[in-house]
Design a protein around this ligand. Structure first.
Ligand code: PEP
Length: 254
């Protein structure tokens, strides 16, 4: 039985003070919700202070990125070693990193093992552009993105996949539950093909793209979907709490 996960990607939002205020405003309610892995991913600058606030609670923390080298002359980068013991998870290959910062499949393929070796669980993002979707190339794109970043060892260490169609991120245009379910089902088949059905059945695959408190029920009612990576709505305490609560209710009723 997979445990659902709701992860909030705060992106480049919140000053250090705002991050503390935001996590304090959601923690008491989030902490009480059972049966869901709850994760917040603040900006790097706030990881340590947010971690202090989360200490002893049931809410975990992720980073939004890392570099794959352990240390050295890489000005401005954050290494896996720096995140070890601070973060439980790290988002890798978010489409905004692919789109604005030139992250290629080759780079992502180095970041995933770097995270796993540092004992930080990757939340690896995959997904197609609107043009690729409209050209019927979604499966082809996913297969390419999966080609090497889906080693058996990564799944055994708990790697989470986030299917995030790029056309749905930050646009207010979520995929329908049925659409997301079909593609996530395909991803599970890919994993089964590569690593066998046991690994595929235990792999957590989230949906991401304009998830809100209004559409989370439709998403979470789908059998293949194990949770959500939430951007904009994770910056509003009420909305994020509601998303987690609804997820817990649907999962416990299933
Ligand atoms: C994301 O940042 O991964 C995301 C899905 O953003 P949003 O929920 O705002 O579309």
């Amino acid at each position: 039985m997979r445990v659902p996960m709701i992860a909030g990607n705060w992106k480049m939002n919140t000053t250090a003070d705002e991050a503390v205020t935001l996590v304090r405003s959601m923690l008491p309610e989030l902490d009480k919700i059972p049966g869901v892995d709850k994760v917040v991913c603040p900006p790097f600058i706030s990881l340590v202070s947010v971690k202090e606030i989360l200490r002893g609670s049931s809410v975990q923390m992720g980073a939004q990125n890392l570099y794959y080298e352990e240390k050295g002359a890489y000005t401005g980068e954050i290494s896996p070693l720096m995140l070890t013991g601070v973060c439980d998870y790290v988002i890798i290959g978010h489409s905004e990193r692919r789109q604005y910062f030139g992250e290629t499949i080759g780079i992502i393929d180095k970041k995933v093992p770097a995270a796993v070796n540092a004992k930080i669980t990757p939340i690896m993002c995959v997904g197609e552009t609107l043009e690729e979707n409209e050209a019927g190339k979604t499966k082809e794109v996913l297969m390419r993105q999966f080609a090497s970043a889906s080693d058996r060892v990564y799944f055994l260490s708990g790697m989470v996949i986030a299917y995030e169609p790029i056309w749905a991120i930050g646009t207010g245009r979520s995929a329908s539950g049925a659409q997301a379910n079909e593609t996530i089902g395909y991803i599970r088949k890919l994993i089964a093909h590569q690593h066998g059905s046991d690994i595929a059945e235990s792999a957590r695959i989230l949906y991401g793209g304009s998830v809100t408190a209004d559409n989370i029920t439709e998403i979470m009612e789908q059998p293949e979907i194990d949770g959500a990576l939430v951007g904009g709505a994770s910056l509003k305490a009420d909305a994020f709490i509601s998303i987690v609560k609804q997820t817990a209710e649907i999962w416990s009723a299933a």
